[in-house]
Design a protein around this ligand. Structure first.
Ligand code: FES
Ligand SMILES: [Fe+2]
Length: 403
């Protein structure tokens, strides 16, 4: 299936091409003021961590990072250690990475392949489904009911070649409801068959300062004039399309340049899927081409305090690059480190220090910055919602499909 066979993708691409032809541009209604303290107040930061990162489903990893039975991955979300496993049955499961004996991490390596996990402290052994297989020196330990001592399971689901999960074992929000139908568009990438090329972690400012930059094309020709825009071809306009809190950004001038002169049946997937795809609260997916077709998935996580975040940059490629292509792929990914670290985050860290002074009351998002406007409104809405009200923000998808 081609990307244009998805009716919603076709609609938003035609929309941007038409606007570019007519020399028009869609704006939102008004300029939005956001309190500067939203980026600097530790109490606000704690609310965001508790009500967003510890409560919602998050995109944890692309499926292709743990593609084979037995593959596993460890990570932390808001300080909570997680173990993702892919069982011999091919199913991804998620657990708190904490041994039910005395709590240390049962898996320590960042990724690997294992049929079972032997805790490095006293040697209890767990299976891929989290079950406690063996207590070390069981004859000495004393009577315990192994069936009650599995690793704590967490909600998880694989959609569109991406693994979504929550660190709240009692989460009531359905992962499909949270996705609001957006995963059907992400399917057009076919990420489940892609190749996990490389990753790294960058330190940045407050997670929202960092994330604002992924929701904004306004800055591209200015901040990135010597790098991303060395060709002079980047415009500063984006159209925003939303599915719940998730957004796709399309650059209308680029769509017109790359697609406008061709009949629709020649609109190739890599051009149609260009631009930025965001997944609330803090994922961005953007297309590149170095050594073959690729995307960089940026996964932002709050740090230990309000003024710090960590971004995992992951480079995925449609196909594993050949030996000749590999250098170009590395070059592309290295270039993106420089752009984000030395331009986006260096600027964001200066913005953080300036806002920390408290002399600026509000920051502004223009009528051309509808994506960040929507993001900040959703962030407010979610942290204001108690667990019951949260469910009301995401209409049931099954019901929607039946209508
Ligand atoms: S903490 Fe894991 S075996 Fe003791
Ligand atoms: Fe940028």
């Amino acid at each position: 299936m081609t990307a244009m066979e998805n009716a919603e993708i076709a609609r938003i691409m035609r929309h941007s091409v038409q606007h570019a032809r007519d020399n028009t541009f869609e704006l939102v209604d008004s300029v939005l003021e956001v309190p500067a303290s939203n980026y600097t107040d530790p109490a606000r930061f704690k609310l965001e961590v508790d009500r967003i990162f510890k409560r919602l489903p998050l995109m944890l990893a692309p499926s292709c990072e743990i593609p084979n039975p037995g593959d596993f991955k460890t990570m932390e979300v808001a300080g909570i250690p997680i173990l993702l496993t892919r069982g011999q049955d091919g199913v991804v499961r998620s657990f708190v990475n904490s041994c039910t004996h005395r709590g240390t991490n049962v898996a320590v390596d960042p990724t690997g392949n294992a049929k079972r996990f032997t805790c490095p402290y006293h040697g209890w052994t767990f299976g891929q489904k989290g079950e406690l297989i063996a207590v070390a020196a069981a004859q000495d330990f004393g009577q315990v009911d192994k069936s009650c001592l599995s690793l704590k399971a967490l909600p998880v689901a694989e959609r569109a070649g991406l693994i979504f999960g929550s660190v709240d074992p009692k989460m009531k929000l359905d992962i499909d409801d949270f996705l609001s139908g957006y995963d059907a568009l992400l399917e057009a990438f076919n990420f489940k068959d892609w190749y996990f090329f490389s990753s790294r972690v960058l330190r940045g400012p407050n997670w929202k300062i960092a994330y604002d930059g992924y929701l904004d094309f306004y800055h591209l020709p200015v901040l990135h004039k010597d790098t991303l825009n060395a060709t002079g071809l980047l415009g500063n306009r984006a159209h925003y399309h939303a599915w719940g809190p998730h957004q796709r950004l399309v650059a209308p001038d680029r769509a017109a340049r790359e697609l406008g002169d061709k009949p629709e049946d020649q609109w190739a997937d890599d051009l149609v899927l260009n631009g930025v795809w965001t997944i609330f609260p803090s994922i961005s997916i953007a297309s590149f081409n170095g050594g073959g077709r690729g995307v960089m998935i940026s996964q932002l996580m709050p740090g230990d305090n309000v003024g710090e975040s960590f971004t995992r940059q992951m480079y995925l490629m449609e196909k594993k690059p050949s030996a000749e292509q590999e250098a170009a792929a590395h070059e592309q990914f290295a270039f993106l480190e420089v752009v984000v670290r030395d331009e986006d985050y260096a600027t964001g860290l200066r913005q953080q220090r300036a806002l920390d002074h408290g002399t600026l009351e509000n920051v502004l998002f223009g009528r051309n910055e509808g994506g960040a406007q929507s993001f900040h409104k959703w962030t407010d809405r979610i942290i204001e919602a108690d667990d019951e009200a949260l469910l009301g923000l995401f209409p049931p998808q099954k019901q929607r499909a039946a209508e």
